[in-house]
Design a protein around this ligand. Structure first.
Ligand code: 13P
Length: 339
């Protein structure tokens, strides 16, 4: 492992003004997204849609890296250029989702464990040869009555650290993603408490498994109320509590934190990131690694029609630009100035 090189990639992934495009929707998830815009989820349609994103202006300006799904990393654009090359030509870094989804965790009703460690070392070698310089593994922790259990948190943290160690050995920067879902009815303080527990366990496992923190990027949820909660938090409360939470859990050796959007609206995800960066004085970079919050607008604009490609690209570029400003804490002023 060359830690200095891993650290260089990790820093590039969270460079100010830039963030990560999560375009690694599994076949099931992309089908759901395409169903919503009335597009059939064929291999060609998935390629056309992702090609449109990778050829957008946003890529060279505000996107540091793209998380790909296995199918995409092997695909070629319509003109025969490998999609990975398109990303590299724009100056962004190709990455790859390497977990193989979730399964029920025995003994823990309604809880999940992320799988995919078997043969991961071999798969990482192939992905590196194909151009991937970072990877992603997502652990899912749900909040409800009586959960999460200690078993689910511990087991998922252990798997995340196993994955991270294997990535670094393959000279690939691991994005460590322990996602506490915002699907429930819990309030922001319950989210805080659970995320604190999850992050502390995750960093403990990373330590036990000898993963140097300079060579990874953390992808957490924000401290935020569940979607079914009656108590909505203000932008300031989300920002303050998330920063306090991260300062309590994430060592300063971590180069950067790139949030997931987790079901927040586009604007909320941007406003929250902006408010956190405005607080300032943070030991790590704070940026975005959004899926839905970057892609909802371009998907709607595209709707599967080739004549809509340019407007879909504009919609994606706009969201990336807004989040690029938020990664520097400059979004709100820019909006006020423009108004
Ligand atoms: P969302 O931003 O849509 O939550 O997706 C990010 C991601 O990569 C989840 O694993």
């Amino acid at each position: 492992m060359n830690l200095a090189d891993l650290n260089k990639i990790a820093n590039a992934m969270v460079a100010p003004g830039r963030g990560i495009l999560a375009a690694d929707e599994s076949s099931g998830t992309i089908k759901k997204r395409f169903d919503a815009i009335g597009v059939e989820s064929t291999e060609d349609n998935r390629r056309d849609y992702r090609e449109l994103l990778f050829r957008s202006e946003a890529m060279s300006k505000n996107i540091s890296g793209v998380i790909l799904y296995d199918e995409t990393i092997w695909q070629k654009a319509k003109d025969g250029t490998p999609l990975v090359k398109l990303i590299e030509q724009a100056g962004a870094i190709p990455g790859i989702k390497v977990d193989e989804g979730t399964q029920a965790l025995p003994g823990c009703p309604n809880e999940l464990i992320t799988v995919g460690l078997d043969k991961l070392a071999e798969r990482l070698k192939k992905y590196y040869e194909q151009g991937a310089r970072f990877a992603k593994w997502r652990a899912v922790i749900d909040i409800a009555q009586g959960i999460p259990s200690y078993t689910a948190v511990r087991t998922n943290a252990h798997a995340l650290a196993r994955y991270a160690a294997l990535c670094q050995q393959a000279q690939i920067v691991p994005i460590v993603e322990p996602e506490v879902l915002m699907d429930g009815a819990h309030d922001i303080d319950r989210c805080y408490e659970v995320t604190e527990f999850v992050l502390k366990e995750t960093f403990q496992e990373l330590y036990y498994q000898k993963v140097p923190l300079e060579g990874l990027v953390l992808k957490p949820n924000m401290a935020i109320a569940g979607k079914k909660s009656a108590k909505k938090s203000s932008v300031e409360e989300v920002a303050e509590k998330t920063v306090r939470l991260l300062k309590n859990c994430v060592p300063g050796a971590v180069p950067g934190i790139a949030f997931l959007s987790g079901g927040q609206s586009d604007e909320e995800a941007t406003a929250h990131l902006d408010a956190m960066n405005k607080i300032g004085g943070l030991p790590w970079k704070l940026t975005f690694s959004y899926g839905r919050a970057l892609q909802a607008a371009p998907q709607k604009a595209w709707s599967g029609k080739s004549e809509n490609v340019a407007s879909a690209q504009r919609a994606f570029t706009h969201r990336a630009q807004m989040n690029g400003l938020a990664s520097k804490g400059e979004w709100k002023q820019a909006m006020e100035k423009a108004a």
